[in-house]
Design a protein around this ligand. Structure first.
Ligand SMILES: [Zn+2]
Length: 164
């Protein structure tokens, strides 16, 4: 898991430094894919429809109101999130939609959608905790709220403090 470790090291180095902070770029190995940077974005996640109404006065069709997730970053910029296995966590667990968050995301050059790589909760005092889901029985982590992939039992939202 070298990539995970290096990402964690980069994350530790860059925490608390800024709103949108590049921490690494796509390597040559990724040249066949879309170009992206891995950055931190801080703010609140909710439905794109709510954010567009609040910040731009735009009204989506009712059937589209909860179709897309977005993060409103601290400068009131509204950026949609890709709803893959990590992004979907925000649809499945409303607790995540009431937190101040620091997300590690891929930001692509040619599309505004962000891909969530890691979720951190930001406490009022600025302390950060990494969020995921945990099954005590099986001792495995998951990225969204569901029954345990292994034992089919309940899992819990886990907060692991990140030392700056
Ligand atoms: Zn389990």
């Amino acid at each position: 898991m070298a990539t995970l470790r290096s990402r964690r090291e980069l994350l530790t180095l860059s925490l608390g430094a800024g709103l949108v902070l590049p921490i690494s770029s796509a390597s040559a190995d990724d040249s066949a894919k879309a170009d992206f940077e891995v950055v931190h974005v801080t703010g609140r996640v909710g439905w794109l429809g709510d954010a567009l109404r609040e910040h731009f006065g735009l009204e989506l069709s009712p059937e589209a109101s909860e179709r897309t997730l977005a993060i409103v970053i601290d400068s009131a910029e509204v950026l949609p999130l890709i709803e893959d296995s990590r992004g979907r966590a925000f649809r499945l667990d409303e607790r995540l939609r009431s937190m101040n968050l620091d997300l590690v995301v891929r930001r692509y050059q040619k599309t505004p959608v962000l891909q969530v790589l890691q979720m951190l909760e930001v406490a009022a005092d600025g302390a950060r905790a990494e969020l995921d889901y945990w099954c005590d029985v099986c001792a495995i982590a998951m990225y969204e709220l569901k029954l345990c992939e292994c034992c089919q039992g309940p899992i819990e939202l886990r907060r692991r403090p990140v030392t700056p």
